[in-house]
Design a protein around this ligand. Sequence first.
Ligand code: SF4
Length: 409
Amino acid sequence: MNYSDAERIITVFNNAGLSQTDQERDADYIITIACSVRQTAIDRIFGKIKDWNKLKGQKKVSLILTGCVLEKDRQKLSKIFDLVFNIQDTAKLQEYLGEKKDSEKTPFFSLTPKYQSKFRAYVPISFGCNNFCSYCAVPYTRGPEKSRSEKEVIEEVKKLIDSRYKEITLLGQNVNSYGNDLGKKDSFTRLISKIDKIPGNYRVYFYSNHPKDISNNLINVLPKLKHFPPYLHLPLQSGSDKIISAMNRHYTQTQYLNLVKKIKKKVPNITLTTDIIVGFPGETDEDFRETKKLMELIGFSMAFIAQYSPRPQTISAKVSDNVPKTEKEKRFQMLTKVLAKNLEKENARLVNKKMEVLIDEVKKENLYGRTGSYKVVEIPDNQQANFLGQFVEIEITGSNAWKLSGKIL
Ligand code: SF4
């Protein structure tokens, strides 16, 4: 989401006659788009301040801050940054950059993003969240959910496909509730069905889903889509009913399992990925075992496992962070092992299979690409053929838990 926001912020700078530089020492403006999901991201900003202040002693440079910043951090950071603004209030940034007031009329989502890739793009479909999961800062930093109009989203996607973009990711904190604020039910299923009809050679993904909001309509439509690989990111967070409830997630272990069953029945080749938090306040050994059990049972194709850290202002930060760091680390390692074990088997089954990958990186003697199920494939290619941003047919020749290797056919 922040990456996507940055692409619109760059447009504001470009409109003011400014261009990007990779070197901080060359910059007249340094803008930080903050993330408050984990404390470490905020700590990194504090860590950079010393360097930036040193730079300020050598030349004129403005420090600008936006993105997800909780009020407590904002108070501290306002003393250090020259401008702090809410990401959607780009008029404030325009004004700061000396632009005329009439340019204020461009709403954030109507800004044409300066896409940083020629083949992969992120398209926000909504902003903010109504869910208040007890550990999460997003509802406080981004406010209630606001959906972009279907027309605007489809126009942006269409433009990208016309410009030969190959991979498009629709973004929302909870894509399944897209359009609820516009008074329309099941708008997300309608949106993706319409996008799928756009002619072209492309793949579309979407993030993130909330298990409580996945509709039967969506599950029924998934296998019919041509351009959406059978891939679903379904954050579990915890397998223990007690912890899921303390997280304010509104489902139970049984409901989650039934949902997975229903999805697998309709889309047998589905790739399921997830997010897990270990060491949530009050998570006992037994609670953790429930999470581990579910991970083993479901066999996720990827899991983003985080060790809990409290974010001030959120509900869970009010209770004691009582799982010791060493225990969090231990649980993290145990789940990583479960994941690796499953992936080793899953990836080995792909050897000798032919598939299409999108080449997204060229490094040293190798090409790297992504399968439809978003697995990384390493392809030795001494000739360095110019396949970047193209779909190529490959055969899988080897595998381990984290990577596949292949050859171009
Ligand atoms: S669904 Fe929960 S975790 Fe996701 S952004 Fe909303 S409050 Fe945060």
